[in-house]
Design a protein around this ligand. Structure first.
Ligand code: ZN
Length: 375
């Protein structure tokens, strides 16, 4: 009996979650359309809409034109009823995003701020967050919380940042970050967060790999809409797979890792440390830069092809370099296709949608998801 009651409650919860997700995904929708879309009864939809309206998440906004009979009421989401902030902490910068319940990016900023575990650093971050929220003209009370993206291995269960090369930290309690923040926090690895952001709005639970090419190389394995984290939370560390046996030294201490060939630093160091300048020179036709870029794309193609052969799924390439790949999709696909054992094309490769904001956005989406699932 208890089990039955529990499962009825579960079903009601899932129905309510699906209802709010469907309403959040459109501008306006009628109750009839909702019932059809969700394949649930009319009274179930009515009950869910009533509950969601009482929570201020859904509102009536007039009615649809009638084709005979009564006009159908139009429902719309109240997307800005609650918001979440995403914070991306890197070695030299912080990124901040503000996101609404639909996961739309309302505002983004990135500031130079060198990381340190000192009190002063966190005080600056906390005041930047409050100023950022205030500048968007939303009351602080609407903020559900803060999603924090960290460049390292995040063990949420043990509540520690196990390792971060970029921040030079080992086994650091997440409380060190949390205690200074003005909102409740959830934490996530940066590449996993960026992968989540890239998957937003994708139809169905397709499996996808995300490869992040920033100052270090990382990635995420997303299957059925969920992260695959591995036995030690290290899944997706593509940067430390071997590209060239006994090749260039990697910061991890080994030789020939993907990171030593494909990180954004490798390109930036050919243009006074500036990735933007590297691509400016490439556009201007600098022959040395062009040669370096082709060599880079060939290395990258080995990595991406290996990933596709191993996982048989879409590969989204993001991070700092990924944000410039959009201009070179055809060229890169042709290099990839030449390596492909099974297909003539490389349509599985997708350039990323987001640039520097991906990790902060993905972190904020965690707070939105937690809220929706708590309904
Ligand atoms: Zn390495």
């Amino acid at each position: 009996m208890d089990q039955k009651r529990a499962s009825n409650q579960e079903v009601r919860k899932i129905n309510r979650l699906n209802t709010i997700r469907s309403i959040l995904a459109c501008e306006r929708i009628s109750q009839r359309e909702l019932a059809q879309k969700l394949d649930v009864s009319w009274p179930t939809v009515l009950q869910n809409v009533k509950e969601l309206a009482a929570l201020g998440l859904v509102q009536e906004v007039g009615s649809f034109e009638s084709t005979g009979g009564r006009k159908a009421k139009a429902l719309a989401p109240n997307r800005d009823a609650h918001l979440a902030v995403g914070l991306d902490i890197t070695q030299k910068h912080i990124g901040l995003v503000l996101t609404n319940l639909s996961g739309d990016l309302i505002q983004y900023t990135r500031k130079k701020l060198a990381f340190s575990l000192e009190e002063a650093y966190f005080q600056t971050v906390a005041s930047e967050i409050l100023a950022f929220v205030a500048s968007a003209n939303y009351p602080k009370e609407r903020i559900l919380g803060l999603g924090v993206s960290l460049p390292g291995i995040v063990d949420v269960k043990a509540d520690i940042l196990t390792y971060s090369h970029a921040l030079d930290l080992r086994d650091t309690p997440l409380e060190e970050f949390r205690r200074h923040m003005p909102f409740p926090c959830v934490f996530i690895n940066d590449a996993n967060a960026a992968g989540f952001a890239e998957l937003r709005g994708q139809d169905g639970p397709r499996s996808t790999l995300y490869l992040s090419l920033s100052n270090s190389v990382g990635g995420a394995i997303l299957t059925g809409g969920q992260l695959y984290t591995g036995n030690h939370l290290r899944a997706g560390e593509f940067g430390h797979t071997t590209l060239i046996p006994d090749g260039r030294p990697c910061y991890c201490g080994k030789l020939g890792c993907v990171d030593s060939y494909c990180s954004a630093k490798r390109l930036a160091e050919l243009a006074n440390g500036s990735l933007e300048l590297f691509f400016d020179r490439l556009r201007a036709g600098d022959p040395e830069i062009k040669t370096a870029w082709l060599e880079y794309l060939n290395w990258l193609a080995i990595v991406v092809n290996n990933l596709e052969m191993s996982f048989d799924c879409d590969v989204i390439v993001g991070g700092y370099v990924g944000s410039f790949l959009g201009e070179h999709v055809q060229l890169f696909r042709s290099i990839l296709a030449a390596r492909n054992t099974f297909d003539q094309n490389a349509d599985y490769f997708k350039p990323c949608k987001y640039k520097y904001e991906a990790a902060a956005l993905g972190a904020s989406l965690l707070q939105i998801e937690n809220f929706l699932e708590s309904l």
